[in-house]
Design a protein. Sequence first.
Length: 247
Amino acid sequence: MQKLRLRYAKRGRLRFTSHRDIARAFERALRRAGVPMAYSQGFSPHPKVSWVGAAPTGVASEAEYVEVQVVDRVDPDALRTALDAVLPPGLDILEVVQSTGGTLPERIDASAWRVELPGVSPEELSEAVTALLTAGSVEVERLTKDGKKIVDVRPAIVSAQVGVQTDAQSSDAGHDARDLSRPCGILMTVVRQTTPTVRPDDVLSALRVVADLVPPVPAKATRMAQGRLDDEGGLVDPLALDRAAEV
């Protein structure tokens, strides 16, 4: 069998789709594209598809990952083209590489997020980010299926800074159009994948706790990258080893 690793994007309205529905759409696309999938054994065989840390519902992403196993060798570029042709708009296959071994989860321990906060000025956001980074602990309340839970967000935050909104980013097909006549702070943050998981909305709750920052309209979060943290706090591309082996 051959194992292939895919990076895909979740854009536009598709960010409001649950992971379960995305998984169904993906498996349907595999069938429509005629991919020779490997199946599990047992009474109810399932295609061998392994998802890696799916982004929360309501969050966009440029760096989601999934692994598939096939029984006949498949050209990675041909698979990317075939799947992209049958997936719904907004669910886009960006890259396919052949696995060189190991597992993807062991290559991922953090995410880089871009959070747009319309109605919040960069200056106001910068003050809130400074307060967050200087705090030793920031506890926020999260509503779970088991009730309310208190989570300390601060240990998971590796870095946070204020980015700049550009015309190119606003018109990018991967982002919703924004009204540049009103202020829009951009939070760029790297967050460790901890247990419990710290999500973008938890970071926004932390900004409210430390600086009483409350955006007048809902923020939009986009996961820009995933990977292992390097010594400088950056992220190592989880597909880099597989990509290098193809050269």
